[in-house]
Ligand binder design. Structure first.
Ligand code: NAD
Length: 478
């Protein structure tokens, strides 16, 4: 059994009466690991260690060395891909095939960061563009911001941690990481791997424990220069308020919409939307949640969709054949089940699923839903998809935009003009055409509008948010 504590200045601190928490597999209930929660003193040491390592080591480390550490970590992770995938499967209840996919993406994030570490430069400016600026040149260099507080969620315990750690190291920053309390094991294993790849002690320190206890003193600490958070809006906005004058990135939730027009390739749309709605039991911020289907193809789409969902293998995440495993906790599954029941009591129809065995919520498809129902208007974050009919492009654009969120959308159409019209009209951080909202690659600018977030991830974009432009002006005297 794995037993972790805090990781500070290259050493693990545990025992000595620290509060312990069990990590259990949400499918079998088996004990996967123990975590010793960090104390206030541990947190202070972690911040101090990150500060000293920034001042003495990381801000002076050449780009080629930072790049090499990231590349070596990628190579090590690739070698140990299966070990990490098995751990993700155990601690998060993520089906093993999806867990392998997460590790493969994490390797890519590290490789992107390794490349970007060498590219993170500035610009040369023409000062004579301004009246009176003649005889001068300007230079802008992006410098690492300093110590970063990174707070991460449970659903991608490896890759979303890396979306913060890898750009931070590429930029020359140091980090105090607070992983989700439900899934801290893979984060700790990752940080050890980075150390093995040559990362200096203190460059990444990990504290573990409850967010409400550790996060306020972390984000308000004067040494912390930037806060990067991925998680729910309820927590994210509290953090933003606490962080006050600091730079903050928030990657938050959504109720992701997808639109199917009559000219779409229907079989492709169905296949991709089923994948996008139910992978990791719908527990992704961009999971397909609302599907708007044109009336002309609505009946055939619903038939094809429901019969494909009925074929999904539901059950033990450790099995190679499992498509849909358990939700992260029993409480999470019960909450989603209540939302389904509430929708049914308001007139929705369950075409398949809707029932639960412990933390396993069976893939659920709803029709006859109304915009105000929670399963439509809020983030369901569960294997629950609603299908809604529409008639006109204007109507569907209005329905999609009638949301507090705006992260990603999918549009299925073979009309390129329509694709561009929707790209412009949808209030989203990103739009995929002939792919679903759930698709993500790790290098493009990724972030939400409205209540889906502030700032961007996607390695090069995250590096920008972790550096500050500093200007040097030079007057040439002949
Ligand atoms: P969460 O907000 O409950 O927890 C995220 C982190 O915040 C954890 O580390 C947790 O310990 C900490 N935390 C929890 N309560 C806190 C409090 N009161 N004060 C301070 N910190 C606290 O989120 P979750 O359940 O782990 O993850 C699911 C959410 O994350 C969903 O809303 C999902 O959409 C979102 N998410 C967004 C993205 C994105 O890139 N936009 C990616 C993944 C997940």
């Amino acid at each position: 059994m794995i037993h972790i504590g805090s990781f500070i200045n290259g050493k693990e601190l545990k025992g000595n009466g620290r509060v312990q928490q069990e990590i259990r597999n949400s499918y079998s209930g088996s004990l996967v690991g123990m975590v010793d929660f960090s104390t206030t003193e541990d947190l202070e040491m972690a911040i101090q260690g990150a500060y000293e390592t920034f001042e003495k080591v990381m801000k002076h480390m050449p780009a080629h060395k930072r790049s090499l550490i990231l590349r070596k970590t990628a190579d090590l992770l690739e070698e140990r891909c299966e070990e990490f995938a098995q751990l993700l499967c155990l601690e998060a209840g993520k089906p093993i095939c999806a867990a392998r996919g997460e590790v493969a993406r994490a390797v890519q994030v590290l490789r992107f960061a390794s490349e970007e570490a060498k590219r993170n430069d500035g610009e040369l400016m023409r000062m004579d563009a301004a009246v009176g600026g003649e005889g001068r040149i300007g230079l802008v260099q992006r410098l690492p911001i300093g110590v970063i507080a990174a707070i991460t969620p449970f659903n991608f315990p490896l890759n979303l941690v890396l979306h913060k750690l890898a750009p931070a190291i590429a930029a020359g920053c140091t980090v105090v990481l607070k992983p989700a309390e439900k899934t801290p094991l893979s984060a700790m294993k990752l940080v050890r791997l980075m150390m093995e790849a040559g990362l200096p002690d203190g460059a990444i320190n990990v504290v573990n424990g409850l967010g409400e206890k550790l996060v306020p003193p972390l984000v308000t600490h004067p040494t912390i220069k930037k806060v990067t958070f991925t998680g729910s809006g309820a927590v994210g906005y509290k953090i933003q308020k606490m962080a006050s004058y600091k730079k903050v990135t928030l990657e938050l939730g959504a109720n992701s919409p997808n639109v199917v027009f009559p000219d779409a390739h229907l079989e492709t749309a169905v296949m991709e939307l089923v994948k996008g709605g139910f992978t990791f039991a719908g527990q992704a911020c961009i999971s397909v949640q609302r599907i708007y289907v044109h009336r002309d193809v609505y009946a055939s789409f619903v038939d094809l969709f429901v019969s494909a969902v009925k074929k999904l293998n539901v059950g033990d995440p450790a099995l190679e054949t499992t498509d849909v495993g358990p939700m992260i906790t029993l409480e999470a599954a019960c909450r989603a089940e209540e939302w389904i029941q509430e929708a049914v009591s308001q007139g929705a129809r369950v075409l398949t699923g809707g029932h639960r065995q412990e933390a396993l919520l069976h893939p659920t498809v709803l029709t006859d839903v109304k915009p105000h129902m929670k399963v439509v208007s809020e983030e369901v974050f569960a294997p629950v998809v609603s299908i809604l009919p529409f008639e006109t492009e204007e109507e569907v654009v209005a329905a999609v935009n009638d949301s507090d969120y705006g992260l990603q959308a999918g549009v299925f159409t073979s009309d390129i003009n329509r694709a561009f019209r929707l790209f412009e009209a949808l209030e989203m951080g990103g739009v995929w055409v002939n792919d679903t909202s759930t698709v993500r690659y790790d290098h493009y600018p990724y972030g939400g509008v409205k209540q889906s977030g502030i700032g961007l991830e996607g390695v090069a974009y995250a590096i920008k948010e972790m550096t500050v432009p500093k200007f040097l002006g030079i007057r040439l005297i002949n």
